[in-house]
Design a protein around this ligand. Structure first.
Ligand code: NDP
Ligand code: MG
Length: 375
């Protein structure tokens, strides 16, 4: 039996993870669960998993039955709880410290929280090596690439191709995007996900974060990482080998597959996901339009600049998305805010945790100030 901790168990990734743990009751023991403010849902899970410690990171004084409170409580739980693997389904940069603590306390990390890799990729890989732990990507494209690359000589790989659905505005001219409302942007054509990542899918910032994520995870030069818009979301990524052959991973758009593969790695188990039918609508691939979707170009720029830039890209995007969801700024302002932040000076090289956390805090303050003054 594998001992498991699920962070962000009430979110989109978290709920899919809990479903899989129910499907494979005999394979896993749930040691601890965290949510941010969904106390009721968390306490309900205690009925199914009476052994599990419960963590609520949001409120200062959590209700009865909660074992740990706040981020500090979450980190303490990770120190005090033995487990084989942590699934990190927390959204945003709040996932960073729990990822680091999971590795430091000797647990494998099934990582959905892409912000951890974008802001602190180098740091977490050296931690994983130091503690002899695995990092298993849960993001569907990276899970696909991980499995396509598994056992392959890295020198034989000439390109990683991330696929993107294109989001709900794939055909919309830039000028029209200015009028997009949060309700429109929250409707994703293929995937059912949390609010932040759904907006990121509409601006292509999600693909931008994933380019940086792939660059950090698989150690290929940036120019060898490309993106193709593939509207059917059946091919989750491809690799090109130096003989110019392409290998792809095809499956129904269901996060249960990458989550389950991470939970059982290196074993494969049958997945209760939808059957992949290749005889449906034709599969299409197109180059993304970075003029209409500047967040993708800005991600390449941020990776190229390196140092603090990926952390700045991530933090300013998070602030801008939150402002958009509150109706404070328009849809196309998300890229404007991010471009402005990337153009500023950031003195810390973001090679240490302290530097990353300080830069993340600073970029949030500056982005908030910029949004308040400019719009
Ligand atoms: P959701 O918003 O659906 O869920 C987020 C989870 O994290 C909830 O359990 C939430 O608790 C908790 N949470 C929110 N804020 C904090 C915080 N400040 N500190 C600690 N916990 C917090 O997000 P998703 O499941 O969609 O995404 C989670 C991560 O996975 C993101 O990094 C995303 O990019 C990545 N990902 C998601 C995919 C998807 O299909 N959803 C696909 C690929 C990657 P509460 O419910 O109490 O608010
Ligand atoms: Mg993805």
């Amino acid at each position: 039996m594998k001992n498991i901790i699920v962070l962000g168990c009430t979110g989109s990734i978290g709920v899919s993870t809990m479903d899989i743990l129910q499907d494979f009751k005999d394979d896993f023991r749930v040691k601890a669960l965290s949510a941010h403010s969904s106390a009721g849902k968390l306490l309900n899970l205690k009925k199914i998993y009476p052994e599990a410690k419960l963590v609520l990171t949001g409120p200062d004084s959590p209700p009865e039955g909660i074992d740990y409170a706040g981020t500090e409580g979450l980190l303490r739980m990770l120190e005090e709880t033995e487990a084989d693997m942590v699934v990190n389904g927390i959204s945003g940069a709040a996932g960073l410290l729990p990822s680091l603590k999971s590795l430091e306390t000797g647990k494998d990390l099934a990582l959905a929280n892409k912000e951890t890799i974008v802001t602190a990729g180098d740091l977490i890989f050296s931690l994983a090596e130091k503690h002899n732990r695995r990092i298993l990507p849960v993001d569907s494209e990276h899970s696909a690439l991980f499995h396509l690359l598994d056992g392959r000589n890295p020198d034989d790989v000439s390109e990683l191709i991330l696929t993107a659905s294109g989001g709900p505005f794939a055909d919309m001219p830039y000028e029209e995007q200015k009028k997009v409302t949060p309700a429109q942007a929250l409707k994703h054509p293929n995937w059912d996900m949390g609010a932040k990542i759904t907006i990121d899918s509409a601006t292509l910032a999600n693909k931008g974060l994933e380019v940086i994520e792939a660059w950090k995870l698989f150690h290929l030069p940036l120019e060898k990482i490309s993106v193709l818009v593939h509207r059917q979301s059946l091919v989750h990524s491809l690799i090109r080998t130096k003989d110019n052959a392409l290998y792809g991973q095809f499956s129904a758009p269901d996060m249960k597959l990458p989550i389950q593969n991470a939970l059982f790695y290196p074993e494969l188990r049958p997945v209760k996901a939808a059957y992949t039918d290749l005889c449906g609508p034709p599969l299409t691939f197109e180059k993304p339009d970075m003029d209409r979707f500047p967040m993708l170009r800005l991600a390449y720029d941020a990776a190229g600049i390196g140092k603090a830039a990926p952390t700045v890209y991530n933090g300013s995007n998070e602030m801008a998305v939150a402002a958009f969801l509150k109706g404070r700024i328009g849809f196309t302002r998300i890229a404007e805010v991010t471009a402005e932040m990337l153009s500023r000076e950031w003195s810390d090289p973001c090679t240490t945790l302290e530097g990353i956390v300080a830069t993340d805090k600073l970029v949030r303050e500056r982005a908030e100030q910029f949004i308040g003054e400019k719009y």
